[in-house]
Design a protein around this ligand. Structure first.
Ligand code: AMP
Ligand code: MG
Length: 415
């Protein structure tokens, strides 16, 4: 039996990013850049005002004060999107608004609040200096500098930056297709009649969502009954995808035929069984370099092993240079007794209490209990060798799903 670390290491080695493609910026959302991106222009693209007020020569107002205001004749106006303002003359001010181009010659903006307007004259009541309230051309980004790097994930902030540079297409790593093949005579599609002895193929829907959340392209195949020719046929179809994930049929029962189907098709088994709970019977294989994963059928086992072992591999394949979740320190709300021997991944609810992150383990930790994955925002890692963990003990937790939420705002009571 493999340790989680060894299993993950050998699986990671089998996944590589696919080629790159060029896509329109909005389509790059959630994907990883396959090239560095260089700034196409200075940003801001022209000197402009950071405030509403008056563009001036700083020298004209260096000594201005309420008791001894500087008096300047107001000449012209510059507004955002307006015409280019004309050259500013000494002793004059140009009315200006946020985002508007600075008139040539002007080197400071006096904010409106520090002035008193008298018809075509303005009194400046506050001293200023060169560059005050001016956003100079290129002060945020210089044309030709590196904006983003290979492996950066394109999120809202990156999209905003690229859009501001008028970069409308980017190169990103391709999205792998992942075939999901469920096995089991008992499985029925969602919404179907359920004669006695049958159940809904719920893994298919849960795992499809997990794949979508990652950003890969799920390919849901119809469930295969527990018969070798059916499983082999479905596997052949699944092998057209970049990655194959089968679910169920990898245990030791008479109807667990996935191993045999792998062997018959020349899918080479890398390892079978990992010291993880839930999810021990996970199988990892490959076909002509293509990763083939046999997840256990138990819904919780399938979801946990997917998250712990498969998701990092798929992130790597998507081009993520940091595919591994980094656990945070948490405290157990209640003590927990367990049989040692395998690393246990417990579903939990994490809440913030003072400076601590406190995790409450779901009372049901059985591998078949689908209720145990509802409302979960943390996966707690319980070390293999520990039989008893005390209340308040420090554990590692992987934040999962939506992170920490609450009905009350953190800002309530803050100034
Ligand atoms: P297996 O790994 O095939 O032995 O299945 C273990 C348990 O998980 C059995 O109770 C199966 O009915 C159940 N199971 C297997 N595949 C699925 C699936 N795709 N959706 C929901 N439950 C499943
Ligand atoms: Mg089965």
């Amino acid at each position: 039996m493999q340790s989680v670390a060894d299993a993950l290491a050998s699986m990671m080695g089998a996944f590589q990013p696919r080629g790159e493609e060029e896509v329109a910026l909005p389509e790059a959302a959630g994907r990883y850049l396959s090239r560095d991106v260089t700034a196409s222009m200075d940003s801001p693209p022209f000197d402009n005002s950071a405030m509403d007020g008056y563009a001036v020569f700083a020298e004209d107002v260096v000594a201005a004060s309420t008791s001894d205001p500087a008096r300047l004749r107001v000449h012209g106006e510059s507004r955002a999107g307006g015409e280019a303002p004309s050259l500013l003359e000494r002793g004059t001010a140009c009315r200006i608004f946020t985002g508007a181009p600075m008139p040539p010659g002007a080197d400071a903006v006096v904010i409106q609040e520090d002035t008193r307007r008298q018809r075509d004259e303005v009194e400046v009541l506050e001293a200023s200096h060169v560059g005050r309230h001016v956003r100079t051309r290129g002060s945020d980004v210089r044309a030709g500098s590196t904006l983003l790097r290979t492996g950066d994930r394109v999120r809202a902030g990156e999209i905003g930056l690229l859009a501001s540079q008028n970069i409308d297409r980017v190169h990103v790593f391709g999205r792998p297709t992942v075939a999901l093949l469920s096995t089991g005579d008992e499985l029925r599609p969602l919404g179907a009649d359920l004669p006695p002895g049958t159940i809904v193929n719920s893994n298919l829907y849960a795992l499809t969502q997990m794949l979508r959340d990652l950003g890969v392209v799920p390919i849901a195949l119809p469930a295969a009954p527990d018969r070798l020719p059916d499983i082999e046929g479905a596997l052949r179809q699944a092998l057209e995808a970049d990655v194959v994930i089968s679910m169920g049929g990898v245990s030791v029962g008479e109807y667990d035929l996935v191993h045999e189907a792998f062997a018959n098709l020349g899918i080479e088994l890398g390892f079978w069984k990992v010291r993880i709970k839930p999810g021990k019977p996970l199988a990892f294989a490959s076909y002509e370099g293509k990763p083939v994963i046999g997840l256990p059928g138990n819904p919780i086992s399938a979801m946990v092993t997917f998250e712990v072992l498969v998701a990092p591999c798929l992130r790597k394949m998507l081009g993520d240079p940091e595919p591994h979740p980094q656990p945070v320190a948490a405290r157990l709300r209640e003590g927990y007794r367990r049989r040692p021997g395998r690393v246990e991944i417990a579903r939990a609810l994490a809440t913030r209490e003072g400076d601590d992150l406190v995790v409450t383990l779901n009372t049901r930790q059985g591998s078949g209990s689908l209720t145990s994955f509802v409302g979960v925002n943390a996966l707690v890692i319980l070390p293999a060798d520990r039989a008893e963990l005390a209340a308040g003990e420090r554990v590692d937790a992987i934040l999962w799903g939506g992170g920490l939420r609450g009905p009350r705002s953190f800002f309530d009571g803050l100034d």
